[in-house]
Ligand binder design. Structure first.
Ligand code: ACO
Length: 313
């Protein structure tokens, strides 16, 4: 069974309510039917017409009032809050915030930033989490790589330029995603760089080294190492020669990129040249909300909704 099938299987065990703010977008409508028919989740298709219908006014007013309370310190007026909640994206976020939905999936139409901003502003980070980031779950045809062909890449979506401390938190959150969503019992985390264990000197390398130290101190039991080049992280012979004795080198299954440029480029190379199938999840939010690529297929939406349902358990 591949990763997506395993995630769908998990999702079916406890049916969650997932808001879909792009409720009149054809791929989303088709995906919702599959999700419902296959018992993966209870999809809630949201449209502007339905939100603004007179029968929904009490709910709309309640969400507007709650959004105003949440954001008034940031300068949001009552008038602006009322206007925002009529937007299905904000309405969906408020459903999740208020416990009327367990999670949200969007992005077939909206850009990543337009989906992320309301999630960060309304849902916010989970208690104890320093920041929101993402993991890309990459399934490669070559099963000798990573964990039986499964590689977790982070952060390829959210944080353009993480500090060393933020990178450390991304590493720990990604290990947790590997465990809980991918079923990887022993995450082995490599913090990637263009240097392996001091082979090059540069401030960018220092940042990754510092991030490794911070992550070690925050999660001493996690198998984690850096700084490390990608080949040293993934090829056993290269790992053995460049980072002798490392618990991670040559057999990493979680790969933390030093910034968003590297991460985003890296996942697309693996997808396009390595022919890996992939999808992303956000990690660190108080409740799960996930983004789609605007080029997504119906199957991508089904997989992402299944993953969101599993994250909400
Ligand atoms: N974790 C938690 N909260 C955050 C984070 C984070 N990583 N980043 C921002 N925030 C919070 C801020 O604290 C702020 O909260 P507040 O309003 O309550 O004070 C709120 O989010 C907005 O922050 P801004 O800095 O004003 O938001 P910004 O306009 O910079 O947008 C965003 C943040 C959307 C995440 C931005 O960093 C971004 O655009 N990232 C890249 C997205 C992207 O294009 N990814 C690549 C494509 S995706 C793909 O290829 C699959």
């Amino acid at each position: 069974m591949n990763l997506v099938e395993r995630i769908k299987e998990k999702a079916r065990k406890s049916v969650k309510h997932i808001a879909l703010p792009e409720g009149d977008e054809p791929r989303t409508v088709a995906a919702a039917k599959i999700i419902k028919d296959e018992g993966i989740a209870d999809p809630i298709l949201l449209t502007k017409e339905q939100i603004e219908a007179p029968s929904n006014k009490t709910k709309l007013d309640a969400y507007a009032a709650a959004l105003y309370e949440l954001r008034k310190a940031k300068g949001l007026t009552e008038e602006a809050a009322a206007k925002l909640v009529a937007d299905p994206m904000y309405y969906g976020m408020m459903m999740v915030k208020m416990g009327d939905a367990d999670g949200l999936v969007s992005g077939a139409v909206h850009s990543t930033g337009d989906m992320l901003r309301p999630a960060l502003q309304i849902i916010k980070t989970a208690p104890g989490m320093k920041l929101v980031s993402s993991s890309f779950l990459m399934e490669c045809p070559d099963r000798t790589l990573g964990e039986d062909g499964l590689l977790v890449y982070a952060d390829c979506v959210v944080n353009p330029c993480p500090t060393a401390e933020e990178l450390a938190h991304i590493a720990i959150a990604s290990a947790d995603t590997a465990r809980t969503l991918c079923g990887i019992a022993e995450p082995r985390v490599a913090l990637l760089s263009f240097s392996t264990k001091g082979s090059a000197s540069h401030a960018l390398v220092d940042k990754v080294r510092e991030a490794t130290e911070i992550a070690h101190s925050l999660a001493p039991d996690l198998a984690l190492d850096g700084e490390m080049q990608f080949d040293a992280a993934i090829v056993p012979e290269v790992g053995a020669s460049k980072a002798k004795g490392s618990p991670v080198a040559g057999r990493a299954n979680v790969f933390v990129f030093p910034d968003l440029q590297a991460g985003n480029i890296g996942y697309k190379i693996t997808q396009r040249i390595g022919k890996a199938s992939c999808f992303a999840v956000l990690q660190g939010l108080a409740k799960p909300c996930n983004d789609l690529s605007r080029g997504c297929s119906v199957d991508d939406i089904v997989s992402t909704v299944a993953a969101t349902a599993v994250q909400s358990r």
